[in-house]
Design a binder for this molecule. Structure first.
Ligand code: 3SL
Length: 233
């Protein structure tokens, strides 16, 4: 049986062995939800980078640029971090360079893994189905907020681990905790997430519709996979 672990924060990822494993990076509000929404709507590829300057370099090569700092669009980028921006019809077939406070950082910290994939509530069933076919151990990596635990990422980790638990060994307390949190709130996920620090932070930016959208389940039947720094489906 394969093992499933959950890591609650990029500050803890050095405690996990990633080599030979599949890492599922999740940043529900909003980076991985936006990636899934974009790639599920016809965006060709997304390159997740750590710094604004790296995005700018890709921009000079013809990429669209996207991302935020502290939730606010980087002023000179084409767009910010809203899933609705990523789904615009004019992005179909385009490549996007993206940098965010936590999500793209977590992806870059996952590169020692055998494979890195992107999970969100928007592609929960697709991610689960993909992982039911693998023989490698799995680490579900929550991007959190500036190194801290975040409720919405942990809820997703719990939902995903719960969907896999018949075929896998739940291999750490963090995974048991995530499943327990998810099971306690699975019937009112959105209301529960509205109490989270990040929803309150985003609420001040007037993006409630983004939060509601990011908590919808299974709108996209795609699993973004990282290959040579590029995410595609
Ligand atoms: O930190 C991130 O990766 C973002 O998703 C944060 S925000 O939702 O844009 O504030």
């Amino acid at each position: 049986m394969i093992n499933i672990e959950v890591c609650y924060s990029p500050e803890l990822i050095h405690l996990y062995e990633l080599e030979g494993k599949i890492v599922v990076v999740t940043d529900i509000l909003r980076a991985t939800s936006s990636m899934v929404a974009g790639l599920g709507s016809g965006v060709k590829s997304i390159v997740p980078v750590m710094e604004v300057a790296e995005c700018d370099e890709y921009g000079k090569q013809g990429f669209l640029t996207a991302g935020e700092r502290n939730g606010i669009k980087v002023p000179h980028f084409n767009f910010g971090n809203s899933p609705f921006d990523f789904m615009l019809p004019e992005n179909i077939g385009k490549s996007i360079a993206m940098t965010t406070t936590n999500g793209t950082r977590a992806i870059n910290k996952s590169k020692a893994a055998k494979q890195v994939i992107i999970g969100s509530f928007l592609n929960l069933n697709a991610t689960s189905a993909f992982l039911k076919e693998v023989s490698e151990d799995i680490v579900i990596f929550c991007a959190g907020w500036k190194g801290r635990f975040s409720m919405e990422d942990t809820l997703f980790a719990g939902a995903l681990a719960d969907s896999l638990k018949e075929n896998a060994n739940i291999a750490c307390d963090a995974a048991i905790g995530a499943i327990t949190l998810f099971k306690s709130h699975e019937k009112d996920l959105l209301n529960f997430v509205m109490q989270s620090n990040h929803a309150k932070r985003l609420g001040k930016l007037d993006v409630k519709k983004d939060i509601e959208f990011c908590m919808e389940q299974n709108k996209f039947n795609v699993v973004p996979i990282l290959n040579d720094n590029f995410l595609s489906v």
